[in-house]
Design a protein around this ligand. Sequence first.
Ligand SMILES: Cc1cc2nc3c(=O)[nH]c(=O)nc-3n(C[C@H](O)[C@H](O)[C@H](O)COP(=O)(O)O)c2cc1C
Length: 340
Amino acid sequence: MSQKNPLQGMEETTKTSTLKSMSASAREGKRRASLTLDMSVNVAGIHLKNPILAASGTFGYGIEFEDIVSLDKLGGFVVKGLSREPMAGNPPPRLFETAAGMLNAIGLQNIGARAFIEEKLPALRKIKDIVVIANVYGYCTEDYEQTIRILNEGDGIAAYEINVSCPNVKHGGMTFGQDPALLAEVVAGARAASTRPLIVKLSPNVTDIAQMARAAEDAGADAVSLVNTFLAMAIDPVTRRPRISNVTAGLSGPAIKPIAVRMVYEVARAVQIPVIGIGGISTPEDVVEFLLAGATAVEVGTANFWDPRACERLVNQFECWCLEQHIESVAGLRGGVIIG
Ligand SMILES: Cc1cc2nc3c(=O)[nH]c(=O)nc-3n(C[C@H](O)[C@H](O)[C@H](O)COP(=O)(O)O)c2cc1C
């Protein structure tokens, strides 16, 4: 990260939080209260030891982080989006840093569902007490169904998270997640194919995200996660060319957090199923904000790019924050925002 990197401000916030949360009072609080703080939550029947998961596309297949992150300390992690066949992704440049955020158009590069089962899952199964969620995408409903059927054969996957921010090639390229009927169709297909809990990851590029969440719930989703990245663009003023070869790209990071919190708040009031909050999380206070807005758990994405240990650090800092605030049950924070 360069000196002028706008994300550096976020790093400072993080350091301040670390110092604050490691204060003597927090340590003493931790010693006294460790028996009474329950960090666990339940999402769609999956028990998570804490509510913090790593987000898809920012944490590889999890196993690559084994040497630097205690994977069993995390609530869980979502692996890179998997398709039926391996995908090469888009040509570079595919990443560009923006003010407090990042643009990406990786193009869903991945090794394919079969290779994930054969090459990654055996190593993941050797690690005790971890929660692995497989992210799935496709370009038609059959793609999702077939990828899920392949993954059903692999032991060690807790749930599927389907990424519906993809163009549906059978419907003129309209994104599944932008049309309630298309969304319902793909969710129903995935539900029928799946032997595991199904989380539907919503696109924020819609007018009414609560409507999409209800469509997913009615079609059989066990939980929804939101948000995926916001459609965005940046142009180099000198070359006059787009910063990303794909021209448009997805915006993530601290810049999107307030919009994501608002969307989580709206969705949590619209559906009965659990909500997983995502978008710009990098501090323990960010985690709490999403829980108060109505999320049961959260996923951390872009923060992993400037600190590969971000998720584990957040688990520790979040625990200290709860102890300092005399919180006894993390599940009890859900939807606790006071309005009026
Ligand atoms: C480089 C990159 C790759 C991503 N790949 C995927 C993906 O394969 N599947 C998916 O559902 N979301 C993907 N995402 C979206 C993230 O999981 C997350 O929803 C988004 O970045 C917002 O969270 P954040 O602000 O904490 O990064 C990707 C994000 C980034 C930055």
